[in-house]
Design a binder for this molecule. Structure first.
Ligand code: 26V
Length: 808
């Protein structure tokens, strides 16, 4: 069907007829999207079957990447690119009189993740498939993804993201592969032939039904699987449990309460609230995933022998850490292994990535809640804890090892990171500085116990989505200039360094950037009704809203710029457009206040004719993967200004550099390594470093008020938040104002002057056009290191020990 245009056109029209019984003229764009989607899915299915067959061969080790979040973004165009049929489809659709971009735009953007952690999972799936590696995703099929954000009168309003409304062409429901997951009840301990048995009774059960999505590798025939689980209670089950006894309402209630498990993604990404439903979600998908892996393994091997040699289970943060006690449970209670053998298998199978050092984001669950929901799992966790603590006492009898720090159960809570460390064979951080901080501080005691478990895997992003798909003109220019080997070997981008000073290449780069800016300007015109000047610097700050990411620092700089422009209307700054995009967790008040602040500042500045449009401020609502793909290629400046030591890695920083933006940032996360790659002249670094920040935390000595009192500009800006300047009620920003003055835990005021200076440097560099373009090209040339292909290559050899399987 995709062999040539004519075949494709014929298949398209036929499918339209079989699916909707209508003619081309009568069909809507949405129907046309569904038709193209199902053609692509049919086309992929052949290689999907073939890939699975190959993977059943002996000696093929499989990796399962467990994650509560996969922030995929739209899939259609990615499939077309990876299958190498995009141009053909585009032309054929054109000949049918169908606008390709309209069709692509019909796809809902599946927002099954919060931010970096979920997007990393999606990039990893793309790299696994593209590197021919047998690696699959395991997660939850949320009925509602991350909320849709509307900005109403400057405030964030959350609406449900009903992404499945029109159905999902990519998924295949595998009803016959459903498994049962059990909650609550009690455990009866007995003995059979001298062996202890654990019988789970009086539990509530829910069926986990898998929906599989194909993950297509780049032009290589590999089709891996993303398996997302949905919680379903079959009619017969709920009839049986209560309805038959006459309590109809209770039966329906039961069905709804169990199905709630896969209804919605939790929208916080940095604050743990210890909600029961979240714990249910975690156990639900982990139990389903492990049961299905074990079942498949037994089907192929007959027994569970050599399990750890053939299976790797990777846990994305601690969210899936119950994989450890769940695998223990299955091995012991269902497969009859003894504790030591089960522990050996488990700890050789599971590996763990830590994604945060923020203490408020380290998961812990109250023992009572945990025990009630997962009685058998709790017994296993208790036993793991008991044995581990005893081992520590035996191993370090003289040193009073701070058991309090490493114990899994402590102070009435179960600490998930501790469980992950004890029960896995590898723990990695996501950038060099992050890993060092884990070793020195956050997990320092564990590092002294298990130094061999610790390793670093600096994050990466898929260049296929964030360069080839998002910026096709740039990708084409690169291939025309240095050949296309970089597509398979992103480190080959380094050859572009030879063109950094090439005038005609620079002009081409500039032209592409201007085109991308023009497109973004049109989007801003459409969505915000604001006209922006494409010759101004597009200065972009897009990511989740969080105090540590310091959107407020950016806003304070904008307010200061405005003040200075008002004082001196002839000030010769390069015009700038400040672009923001960020969702705030619905209960995170300071973050929501920051959104209102950005919009209030925008109102004042954008409506002030006296500054001659020298600065504009735009907040683009509902930032998501699709918007990222439009915004990032149009950026001149990439804002990566977190408080040093707080951002584990960041991945937006990588996407921007890959598209030729100049980073203004702190020495935090992967910025450190970006600086190392491009050199200090091609990135603008400012602010406290991680050590200085740590020192203030340990020894004190910083008072924001001192800066407020000594820096006129700071005082003016801070006062403007509460003195009516922003045309809002004076209490509007009171909490933010107080936070900055009295609890400036993220050193916003401390870093202010250094940031302003850095921004001045950005302005000066932009004025030197050739130097700017050179820097831009150098950033692209060095972005190869930050392809997730490099990262996944390192996971494959360093952690999982899996090798490529070529599908012919
Ligand atoms: C935590 C929680 C806790 C409460 C409920 C919901 C929820 C959801 C997600 C998280 C994870 C927080 C950790 C996280 O997102 N880390 C980010 O991981 C990126 C990929 O490694 C990294 O680039 C970012 O720097 C890091 O903040």
């Amino acid at each position: 069907m995709f062999s040539n245009k004519e075949n494709f056109k014929r298949s398209f029209l036929e499918k339209l007829q079989t699916m909707y019984a209508i003619s081309l003229e009568e069909s809507s764009d949405s129907e046309r999207y569904m038709v193209l989607g199902s053609l692509v899915r049919d086309y992929v299915s052949k290689n999907w079957v073939k890939t699975n067959k190959h993977y059943l061969q002996d000696g093929v080790k499989q990796v399962y990447y467990f994650s509560l979040e996969f922030l995929l973004g739209r899939m259609l165009e990615s499939y077309l690119i990876n299958l190498d049929i995009k141009d053909m489809c585009k032309e054929a659709l054109d000949e049918l009189g169908i606008d390709y971009n309209n069709i692509i735009g019909q796809e809902p953007d599946p927002g099954l993740g919060n931010g970096g952690l979920g997007r990393l999972g999606a990039c990893f799936l793309d790299s696994l498939a593209s590197l021919n590696l047998p690696g699959h995703g395991c997660g939850i099929r949320y009925r509602y993804g991350l909320f849709e954000q509307k900005i109403v009168n400057g405030y964030q309003v959350e609406l449900p993201d009903n992404w499945l409304k029109k159905g999902n062409v990519w998924e295949v429901k595998k009803a016959e592969k459903a498994v049962e997951v059990r909650f609550g009840g009690d455990v009866k301990i007995g003995t059979v032939n001298g062996k202890m048995t654990f019988i789970h009774e009086n539990y509530h059960s829910v069926m986990a039904v898998p929906y599989d999505t194909p993950i297509v590798g780049y032009k290589n025939n590999t089709v891996n699987t993303l398996r997302l689980w949905s919680a379903e209670v079959a009619q017969k089950d709920f009839d049986f449990q209560a309805f038959s006894k006459g309590d109809y309402l209770k039966a329906v209630e039961y069905k709804y309460s169990m199905e709630a498990i896969s209804q919605v993604l939790y929208p916080d990404d940095s604050y743990v609230q210890g909600r029961l439903l979240r714990l249910k979600q975690q156990y639900f998908f982990v139990s389903a995933g492990i049961q299905s892996i074990v079942r498949r393994y037994k089907k192929k091997h007959g027994s569970l022998e050599n399990f750890a040699d053939n299976i790797s289970i990777h846990i994305n943060d601690t969210h899936p850490v119950l994989a450890i006690p769940e695998l223990m449970r299955i091995l012991m209670d269902e497969e009859g292994l003894g504790w030591d053998d089960a522990w050996q298998v488990t700890t050789n199978t599971v590996s763990y990535t830590n994604h945060t050092t923020l203490s408020e984001a380290l998961e812990k669950w109250p023992v009572d809640m945990f025990k009630g929901l997962l009685p058998r799992i709790y017994m296993i966790v208790e036993e793991i804890n008991k044995r581990f603590c005893q081992e520590m006492i035996n191993k370090y009898p003289k040193h009073s090892q701070p058991i309090d720090k490493v114990a899994i159960i402590h102070d009435g809570h179960i600490r998930m990171a501790n469980l992950a460390l004890v029960g896995s064979y590898s723990v990695n951080g996501v950038s060099r500085i992050h890993t060092e901080l884990l070793k020195k501080h956050v997990l320092g005691v564990f590092y002294s116990i298990y130094p061999y478990k610790f390793n670093n895997k600096t994050n990466g992003v898929t260049h296929r989505r964030f360069l080839i798909k998002a910026n096709p003109k740039l990708a084409e220019l690169i291939s025309d200039t240095i050949g296309s080997s970089w597509i398979y070997h992103p480190s080959d981008l380094i050859v572009l360094r030879n063109y950094a000073n090439d005038k005609s290449f620079q002009e081409e780069i500039l032209k592409i950037k201007q085109d991308n800016k023009k497109k973004l300007a049109m989007l801003i015109r459409r969505q915000n009704g604001i006209d922006v000047d494409i010759s101004s610097i597009f200065d972009v700050h897009v990511k989740r809203l969080h105090a540590y990411k310091r959107q407020v620092l950016n806003v304070m700089h904008i307010m200061d710029l405005y003040n200075r422009l008002k004082d001196n209307p002839n000030w010769d700054i390069t015009p700038r457009t400040f672009i923001f995009g960020a969702k705030a967790a619905p209960a995170y008040h300071l973050a929501k206040e920051t959104i209102k602040l950005i919009n209030s500042v925008a109102d004042v500045i954008n409506n002030d004719k006296t500054i001659n449009d020298k600065i504009k401020v735009v907040f683009i609502e509902n930032y998501n993967v699709s918007l990222a793909e439009s915004i990032i290629p149009a950026a001149d400046v990439s804002e990566q200004i977190s408080t040093a030591s707080k951002e584990a890695s960041g991945t937006g920083n990588m996407k921007f550099m890959m598209n030729g933006a100049l980073t203004i940032g702190t020495l935090d996360g992967a910025n450190v390594e970006i600086k190392e790659e491009v050199g200090e002249n091609n990135i603008v670094i400012f602010g406290l470093n991680a050590l200085e920040v740590q020192n203030y935390y340990y020894h004190g000595g910083y008072k924001a008020m001192d800066i407020y009192n000594s820096d006129e500009r700071v005082k003016r800006v801070i006062d403007q938040m509460v003195n009516g300047f922003l045309l809002t009620p004076q209490e509007e920003f009171k909490a933010l104002h107080n936070h900055l003055l009295y609890h400036d835990e993220y050193f916003v005021l401390k870093d202010f002057s250094s940031y302003v200076e850095a921004q001045c440097k950005v302005d000066n560099t932009y004025k030197q056009r050739e130097k700017w373009l050179e820097t831009s090209i150098i950033n692209i040339a060095h972005s190869g290191k930050f392809s997730s292909d490099r990262t996944i290559g390192e996971y494959a050899t360093g952690i999982w020990k899996v090798s490529p399987v070529v599908i012919d």
